[in-house]
Design a protein around this ligand. Structure first.
Ligand SMILES: Cc1cc2nc3c(=O)[nH]c(=O)nc-3n(C[C@H](O)[C@H](O)[C@H](O)COP(=O)(O)OP(=O)(O)OC[C@H]3O[C@@H](n4cnc5c(N)ncnc54)[C@H](O)[C@@H]3O)c2cc1C
Length: 107
C-alpha cells in the first residue's frame, strides 16, 4: 500500500478502458474513468461503441485475463446467453478464400 500512487485517469469506458482500470487498480489509490457517453447500469448499445451491435468472439488470451480479473464474469455472460465454444472446433472459419480445418484446439 505504501508504494501506491495517488490517482489515475482512464479515458474511455469500453473494453480497453475498463480492463486498464482494473489492471492499474492495485497501483493507484483511486481512479477516474472518463467517457463521453453516459453508461447505463445494464448492457445497452450506445453511440461511442457502434461496433457493439456486431457479434463478437472473445479469444483465449482475453478470456483468461478477464476471467482472472473479474471472478464469475464468464458464468454471468453464459447465464445471459453468451455461447461458449472451442475456437478451433466449434466454429466454421472462412478466411482468404478458404475454409479453415476444424480441430479441437482446447481453447
Ligand atoms: C464489425 C466488428 C467486429 C469485431 N469483432 C471482433 C471480435 O469478434 N473479437 C474481438 O476481439 N474484436 C472484434 N472487433 C474489434 C473490437 O470491437 C475492438 O477492438 C474493441 O471494441 C475496441 O475496444 P476499445 O475499448 O479499445 O474501444 P471502443 O470499444 O471503441 O471504446 C472507445 C470508448 O471511448 C469513448 N470515447 C471515444 N471518444 C471519447 C472522448 N473524446 N472522450 C471520452 N470518451 C471517448 C467511447 O464512448 C467508448 O466508450 C470487431 C470490430 C468490429 C468493427
Amino acid at each position: 500500500m505504501a508504494d501506491r500512487r495517488d490517482s489515475a485517469v482512464v479515458l474511455g469506458a469500453s473494453m480497453s478502458g475498463l480492463l486498464a482500470a482494473r489492471a492499474i487498480s492495485s497501483t493507484f489509490r483511486s481512479g477516474t474513468i472518463v467517457d463521453r457517453d453516459r453508461l447505463a447500469d445494464t448492457a445497452e448499445l450506445r453511440k461511442g461503441v457502434p461496433q457493439a451491435a456486431h457479434a463478437h468472439g472473445l479469444l483465449t488470451s482475453g478470456y483468461r485475463i478477464m476471467d482472472a480479473y473479474f471472478a464469475g464474469l464468464m458464468d454471468e455472460l453464459e447465464a445471459i446467453g453468451a455461447p461458449r465454444g472451442d475456437v478451433g472446433g466449434d466454429f466454421l472459419w472462412f478466411q482468404f478464400g478458404k475454409w479453415k480445418l476444424r480441430h479441437d484446439a482446447g481453447l
